[in-house]
Design a protein around this ligand. Structure first.
Ligand SMILES: Cc1cc2nc3c(=O)[nH]c(=O)nc-3n(C[C@H](O)[C@H](O)[C@H](O)COP(=O)(O)OP(=O)(O)OC[C@H]3O[C@@H](n4cnc5c(N)ncnc54)[C@H](O)[C@@H]3O)c2cc1C
Length: 431
């Protein structure tokens, strides 16, 4: 059996691990255009701040990868010829496959304003992007950060940690308004300001201005000019669908797959950020941009490519991240609506988080430690845990296990109730 995998991210590597758990002899080719191969993309944020060395970004050692016995081809696939079961690369070389996995991820949406192609206008998708941000970031100089969600914040904090003066521009009146509630946004904004980041509300960039091909300022919709040496943006991402479209595979916002991660061609699977997988919570096919689902999808696709019939059961999205230095866990469905600073989904984000059905909200804590629960009829639908993380794992189990919380529902919804204590007691006394 000949397996080909396009994309050396976590979905691609997990697929190889799964194939090798079943088929020791099959030939596996991994084609990836990133010269750094497999590394932690969420870790890039900590690389920017200087908390992680680049060596710490590689989750697998060279020896781990060698044991998986695959061929890494550092090229870009330009065409899939489905009838011939062949991939074509930029240099016109070809690879034959019996089973193919497309795990090409998603790319940053471009900043579409005049001047966006000037030197010094930067995004954060790959290791090479992080390196060029670090190359251009210099103590005492000024950066403008545009966008929303986790990556924009990470850019602001990373540049600040490198000693730059940072202006963070928000189009609306608060940070990440379709996932966080107002108090949560304010906690994050206050901490950013304490770190020395200058926030600008209702600020929309209409042009990046420059000199000699280099960015040296931005013009805002209200006429204001901000001088800067670097513009970093993270306004959302889009699954890379060019190969799927070129080869006539079914797409919507991402590549459409069934519960076995197969596309409409049974010999071709898709997994990770590029795939739009079925979500039993909402009954819809949705996009995630999260490391764990990408890993789980890649692994399940690999098992199926090697001959098993294993369904991918999506659990409620779970992300432990750091927002302005504050550890924050987001589980299940927590928000809804529209965010002025993002076009669609962002990195480290899930569409599920914004599909809130009718439910009640219980919340506690008004400063650094904060807990918000989304209380459904009989189950918890989602939770945000900021600061103290004692309850994040129990809550993940309660939400993903759809545990019946009828016995504590009323108590949770009483004004000023200590919802943290109620959940902790419920968890300790579970059968
Ligand atoms: C800065 C940043 C912060 C993040 N923060 C979080 C977080 O807090 N929590 C979280 O859970 N997730 C986070 N994520 C998202 C997470 O990293 C992704 O969900 C995950 O990496 C997706 O894995 P993947 O394998 O689907 O795709 P990717 O990791 O994107 O890998 C796809 C690979 O395919 C390659 N490729 C594309 N087209 C071709 C082609 N035609 N030929 C050959 N190769 C090709 C790409 O270059 C890439 O190397 C973050 C991501 C970034 C960048």
């Amino acid at each position: 059996m000949k397996y080909a995998i396009i994309g050396s991210g976590v979905a691609g590597i997990a697929a190889i691990e799964a194939i090798r758990s079943i088929d020791k002899a099959g030939e596996i080719s991994l084609v990836g255009d990133d010269p750094y191969g497999f590394y932690s993309r969420p870790g890039l944020a900590y690389y920017l701040t200087g908390e992680l060395h680049d060596k710490a970004l590689f989750p697998r050692t060279a020896e781990d990868l060698r044991k998986l016995n695959f061929r890494f081809i550092n090229k870009r696939v330009t065409k899939i010829l489905r009838l011939e079961h062949t991939l074509e690369m930029t240099d016109q070389s070809v690879i034959l496959y019996d089973r193919l996995l497309i795990a090409v991820g998603a790319q940053a949406l471009p900043l579409e304003v005049p001047g966006a192609n000037l030197e010094g206008v930067l995004k954060l998708d790959h290791m090479a992007d992080a390196q060029s941000i670090l190359k251009q970031a210099r103590r005492g100089r000024t950066a403008v950060v545009v966008g929303g969600g986790i990556t924009a914040l990470e850019l602001a904090e990373g540049l600040r940690a490198r000693g730059m003066k940072v202006h963070y521009l928000l189009r609306g009146d608060r940070y990440w308004s379709n996932v966080l509630d107002e108090q949560e946004s304010r906690i994050v904004e206050r901490r950013l300001q304490e770190e020395g980041v200058t926030l600008h509300y209702h600020a929309e960039v209409i042009e990046v201005v420059g000199r000699n091909g280099k960015a040296n300022g931005v013009r805002l919709l209200n006429g204001q000019m901000l001088k800067c040496d670097l513009v970093a943006y993270a306004i959302g991402i889009r699954p890379r669908l060019d190969l799927a479209k070129q080869s006539g595979l079914a797409v919507d916002r991402g590549m459409l797959v069934n519960e076995y991660l197969q596309t409409n061609d049974p010999d071709i699977c898709a997994a990770g950020d590029v795939a739009q997988a079925y979500d039993p919570m909402s009954g819809r096919s949705i996009l995630d941009s999260l490391w764990t689902p990408a890993r789980q999808q890649g692994y399940t696709a690999g098992l199926n490519m090697a001959g098993q019939k294993t369904a991918y059961i999506k659990s409620p999205p779970f992300n432990v991240t750091r927002l302005a230095g504050l550890t924050t866990t987001i589980i299940g469905t927590v928000g809804r609506g529209h965010d002025d600073d993002l076009v669609g989904i962002a990195r480290g984000d899930s569409e599920t988080w914004r599909q809130l059905p009718d439910c009640m909200v219980a919340q506690t804590g008004f400063d650094v430690h904060r807990l918000r629960l989304l209380v459904g009829e009989k189950t918890l639908l989602g939770a945000i845990v900021m600061g103290d993380q004692k309850l994040s794992l129990p809550l993940e189990k309660i939400i993903s296990g759809k545990m019946d919380i009828s016995s504590i529902r009323e108590k949770l919804l009483m004004p000023n109730s200590k919802i943290g204590d109620i959940v902790a007691e419920f968890w300790e006394n579970r059968n």
